[in-house]
Design a protein around this ligand. Structure first.
Ligand code: S3P
Length: 450
C-alpha cells in the first residue's frame, strides 16, 4: 500500500553495549515467494514465520485481488488457498505494491502468461525504478505491456493468451528478474530456461521444487541454466520461513560497532546465495560464531553469536560477491566507517536502482557524519575512522529507503554524537519491530529529532 504518512524522524544516541537475543523477522524474499506460490498451488498452503512487513502485506493483498484466499491466523501464521497455474482472476482494481520491487516484479511475472489485464503502481520510490528488465522478457512470452517512458510504473500488463516458453540469459544479476520469468514459465508449455552468469538468491528455484515443479540445472559456458518444465501441478506446502539474514545484519553489525556488545540472533538463513556479508565480516576480523547449524523449511539456518571486536580491518569486497550481499552494502558501509583502513566495494552499480540510489544515499550520509568517501558510478569506498571513531552529529535523509534509515540509526548508536534520520517510516516495509528490538538490546533510539 502506498503510504502518504507524515515523515517520522528518529534519533539514535551513542550508549552502552548491546546485549541479549535479537529475534529478527522472517525472510522477506521467502515470504513474498511463499504467498505467490501458495496462490498458484491448488489447495491450502500453510506458512509460519511470515514477515508481516508492509512489502509482504502488499503482496498478500495482491494475491487476494488475483483470486487467492489469504488468511492471517496469528503472529506470522498464514494460509493461502491457491488457484493453480493459469488460474488467476482479473483484478478489479489497481495493484499497489507500495515500496516493493520484489512484490511488483514477481507478481507481474506470475500473471503475465494468463490472459487477464492488471495495472500496477507503487510509491514514489517504486515508481522511479526500472521495470523494463522484467517487462521486456515478459513480452517475449507474448504478454503486452503499456507503461510510462523508461519502463516505469504505473503500467498495465495484458497476459499472453497463448504463451510461448522463453530462453533468456539475464543481462543483470537479478533474482527478481529470474524469479519473474520462472513464475511466468509456470503457465507456458514446454521448458522455460533462464541463464545466469552470476548466481543470485535461489529461493524461487528451491520453493518451486518444493511445490512439486520440475526444475533442472545445467552448467553452460555462459552461466548456469535453470530449466523449468511448464504447467506443473503445484502441490500446497507447509513453509517455515527462516529469519532474514538481511535484517539480522543490523543487530549483528551494530554489535560489532558498539564496544562490549554480545548478541545472539537465532534461526538466521545461511543460504549460500545470501551470506556474502557474513563472509566479508569474518574477513574484516569480526567475532561471529555460527552455532547449531540445521535445516528449516528447505533452507540452511544457524544461530549467530556476535561479539564486539576491537579492531576491524577494512577489506576489498570481491566483485563477484555482490549478488550474495546486495542488500547489505548500506550497513556494511556504515560498519566500515568504524574499521581501520579502507573498505572498497566495487561492482555495485545495481545499488543505484534499489529503493533509493544507495551509493549516493550512503555517500552523502556518511560524509555528513564525518566519514571520507570515494564513489564512482558502480563503486563505493569508505575510509574507516579507526580508533578516532565516527563523528556522527548529523541528520540524514532516508529517501523512502528502509535500509538507509536503519543503517544510519545503527551508526548513530556507536558514533560520538547522535544521528537523526529524517523519516524512519520506511523501516516498516521490512522490519517493523526494528526500534523495539534494538532498544530491547539496550540501544537508545527515540522517535523525534536531535
Ligand atoms: C530480491 C532480489 C534483490 C534484492 C531484493 C530482494 C528478491 O533484488 O535486492 O531486496 O527477493 O528476489 P534484484 O533482483 O534487483 O537484485
Amino acid at each position: 500500500m502506498t503510504a502518504h504518512a507524515a515523515p517520522r524522524p528518529m534519533t539514535a544516541r551513542p550508549g552502552g553495549p548491546l546485549r541479549g537475543t535479537a529475534a529478527v523477522p522472517g525472510d522477506k524474499s521467502v515470504s513474498h515467494r511463499a504467498l505467490i506460490l501458495g496462490a498458484l498451488a491448488v489447495g491450502e498452503t500453510r506458512i509460519t514465520g511470515l514477515l508481516e512487513g508492509q512489502d509482504v502485506l502488499d503482496t498478500a493483498a495482491a494475491m487476494r485481488a488475483f483470486g487467492a484466499t489469504v488468511t492471517r491466523h496469528g503472529d506470522g501464521a498464514w494460509t493461502v488457498h491457491g488457484v493453480g497455474p493459469g488460474g488467476f482472476a482479473e483484478p478489479d482494481r489497481v495493484i499497489d505494491c507500495g515500496n516493493s520491487g520484489t512484490g511488483v516484479r514477481l507478481i507481474m511475472g506470475a500473471m503475465a502468461t494468463t490472459p487477464i489485464a492488471a495495472t500496477f503502481t507503487g510509491d514514489a520510490s517504486l515508481n522511479r525504478r526500472p521495470m523494463g528488465r522484467v517487462t521486456e522478457p515478459l513480452k517475449r512470452f507474448g504478454a503486452q505491456v503499456f507503461g510510462r517512458s523508461g519502463g516505469r510504473l504505473p503500467l498495465t500488463v495484458i497476459g499472453a493468451a497463448d504463451p510461448v516458453p522463453l530462453r533468456y540469459a539475464l543481462p543483470v544479476p537479478s533474482a527478481q528478474v529470474k524469479s519473474a520469468l520462472l513464475l511466468a514459465g509456470l503457465n507456458a508449455p514446454g521448458q522455460t530456461v533462464v541463464i545466469e552468469a552470476t548466481p543470485t538468491r535461489d529461493h524461487t528455484e528451491r520453493m518451486l521444487a518444493g511445490f512439486g515443479a520440475t526444475v533442472d540445472f545445467e552448467d553452460l559456458p555462459e552461466g548456469r541454466a535453470i530449466i523449468l518444465t511448464g504447467r506443473p501441478e503445484l502441490v500446497p506446502q507447509t513453509v517455515a520461513v527462516p529469519r532474514d539474514p538481511s535484517s539480522a545484519a543490523f543487530p549483528v553489525c551494530t554489535a560489532l560497532m558498539v564496544p562490549g556488545s554480545e548478541v545472539l540472533v537465532p534461526g538466521v538463513s545461511r543460504n549460500p546465495t545470501r551470506d556474502g556479508l557474513y563472509r566479508t565480516l569474518l574477513e574484516m576480523g569480526a567475532d561471529i560464531a555460527f552455532e547449531n547449524p540445521r535445516s528449516e523449511g528447505g533452507e540452511p539456518v544457524a544461530d549467530l553469536r556476535v561479539r564486539h571486536t576491537d579492531t576491524l580491518r577494512g577489506v576489498r569486497v570481491p566483485e563477484d560477491r555482490a549478488a550474495s550481499m546486495i542488500d547489505e552494502y548500506p550497513i556494511l558501509a556504515a560498519l566500515a566507517a568504524f574499521a581501520e583502513g579502507v573498505t572498497e566495494m566495487p561492482g555495485v552499480g545495481e545499488l543505484r536502482v534499489k529503493e533509493s540510489d544507495r551509493i549516493d544515499a550512503m555517500a552523502r550520509g556518511l560524509e555528513a557524519c564525518g566519514v571520507r568517501i570515494d564513489e564512482t558510478p558502480d563503486s563505493l569506498t569508505v575510509h574507516g575512522c579507526g580508533p578516532d571513531g565516527v563523528a556522527g552529529g548529523a541528520t540524514v535523509a532516508s529517501r523512502l529507503d528502509h535500509r538507509i534509515a536503519m543503517s544510519f540509526l545503527c551508526l548513530g548508536l556507536a558514533a560520538r554524537a547522535p544521528v537523526t534520520v529524517d523519516d524512519a517510516g520506511p523501516i516498516a516495509t521490512s522490519f517493523p519491530a526494528f526500534a523495539g528490538l534494538m532498544t530491547g538490546l539496550g540501544a537508545a533510539l527515540r522517535e523525534d529529532a536531535i
